[in-house]
Write a protein that binds this ligand. Structure first.
Ligand code: ADP
Ligand code: MG
Length: 257
């Protein structure tokens, strides 16, 4: 089966020509339908850049990204939004809700773009807000919602077009432990029960228990994930001990965020 997302030798150099910042230095990554993949790494390592290129929000400097088998890297900026609309739900780190629209209207907007009739869009927006536990907030404006509630509106909006790929940038960062857990459960169900490809950028190790795979990025390159790494043969005793079982991680609901 072809991957939902296939990334090859991807590089990104911001402000080329001037001094520039090399944010990605040759990334290879496949994400399949039905899996939840975490993208972890220190601040400034290139997580948001990689997610944004996979989400057709940002163009790469070189390399290739295929979405559902379609090469998108060479597409003009004009064509990328159509690919995004068709295949991708993106949850931004800062929510990116429209402040003058209600929670429901923020979700309906996405359905409008997909030419869903207004009445049906409203019905579907309410259904999505119900799913994220915001049945009583249809008509609230973002300013009147907590961080967790805004995050959940952003998730409802990302899911509105029923995308086969869901990308989320630090979706639990602003959430309390209970909400963080329910957001991650929702993301896991999307992957496992509905066959979506889900990629989540995080630096919160408490979400590890929800992941099928975690990938670590440092200085714009994917490095081996430390958990489950096979022991090295030479000097094995020391190394094996080091990698027997994942280190115990604090979990949502136990330690709190
Ligand atoms: P992360 O999400 O892992 O914190 P980013 O992808 O945001 O990392 O950033 C990777 C590198 O690219 C950093 O050095 C950052 O300063 C730089 N960078 C990110 N966005 C821009 C931009 N719009 N213009 C210039 N440099 C940027
Ligand atoms: Mg980031």
């Amino acid at each position: 089966m072809q991957p939902a997302i296939a990334v090859r030798e991807l590089t990104k150099n911001y402000n080329e020509g001037t001094s520039g910042t090399v944010a990605l230095r040759g990334v290879d990554l496949d994400v399949h339908a039905g899996e939840l993949v975490l993208l972890m790494g220190p601040s400034g390592s290139g997580k948001t850049t990689l997610l944004s290129i996979m989400g057709c929000i940002l163009s790469a400097t070189s390399g290739s990204v295929r979405i559902a088998g379609k090469e998108v890297t060479c597409l003009s900026q004009k064509l990328l939004p159509a690919i995004r609309l068709e295949h991708i739900g993106f949850v931004f780190q800062g929510f990116n809700l429209f402040p003058t629209l209600t929670a429901s209207e923020n979700v309906e907007l996405m359905l409008d773009l997909k030419r869903v009739p207004k009445k049906e869009a409203k019905r579907r927006a309410h259904e999505l807000l119900d799913q994220v536990g915001l049945s009583d907030k249809y008509d609230s404006f973002p300013a009147d919602l907590s961080g967790g509630q805004k995050q959940r509106v952003a998730i409802a909006r990302a899911l509105a077009g029923d995308p086969e790929i869901v990308l989320a940038d630090e979706p639990t960062a602003a959430l309390d432990s209970h909400t963080g857990r329910s957001v991650m459960e929702m993301m896991r169900d999307l992957a496992h029960d509905r066959g979506r490809a889900v990629v989540i950028v995080t630096h919160d190790s408490r979400v590890l228990e929800f992941a099928d795979r975690s990938i670590r990025i440092e200085d714009g390159l994917i490095v081996q994930p430390p958990y489950g790494k096979p022991p090295v043969a030479v000097g094995a005793e020391v190394l094996t001990q080091h990698f027997v079982g994942a280190p115990s991680l604090p979990a949502f609901g136990r330690g709190g965020i």
